[in-house]
Design a protein around this ligand. Sequence first.
Ligand code: G3P
Ligand code: MG
Length: 244
Amino acid sequence: MKTAIFAHRGASGYSPENTMPAFQLAYEMGTDGIETDVQLTKDGIPVLIHDEQVKRTTNGRGYIKDLTFEEVKRLDAGSWFSSRFTGASIPSLEEFLEWIEDKPLYLNIELKNNKIEYSNLEAIVYDMVLRYGLQQHCTLSTFNPESIKKIKKIGTSISAALLTSKAEVNPVTFAGNLGADAIHIKYRLFDESVVKEGKTKGMPVRVYTVNKSAHILRCLKLQADGIFTDLPDKAIEQRQSFYN
Ligand code: G3P
Ligand code: MG
């Protein structure tokens, strides 16, 4: 099977990460899937942003957990990247699911609960994905091993992937023991043995964040199941020439 290409936070090399313009651009570039990060506002609304604080990617200050959805929606999440994107806002998960619903895209929703434990985040996201009927096209991922257990307790309709940036003795076995269906591994930990182990255990191995040509090529050669990249157009082009 060909290595799937996921636009990391949308086409974030060319547009402000985790915004609708970044998702739209990735779609137009022909990406197979989109990766995005989710956190909860003060009033419990799932929104798409990578950092726990809004400072780096908006014109505001503070933690997402301390801001209401209305306050979050007022922030400009585009102009930090370029004035061309002024007015882009932080999308809600719902807005994103509505947009993706009728598109042939795979989605990877990363639960950002390794620093802040958002109460009920797993169930909120899980139920919303089910409500849109996207369970077959979706993987929930997290760096938090306890969260994998929570997801699998909710149900088995949506696959769960453990994210890892630590050199576990055997990352595939570690993820499998938690009940994870897939492993999303940092590029520097990715090697032939992880792929082999993943294939033996029937566990997809996807690699983040892969932007350099040489690294993309290595992932293609070693047959990673997927890569997360900020430059989906480059990865698609490279994959085309690799398989031709
Ligand atoms: O899901 C892959 C990747 O996004 C994990 O790291 O920090 O970019 O969210 P991060
Ligand atoms: Mg992420």
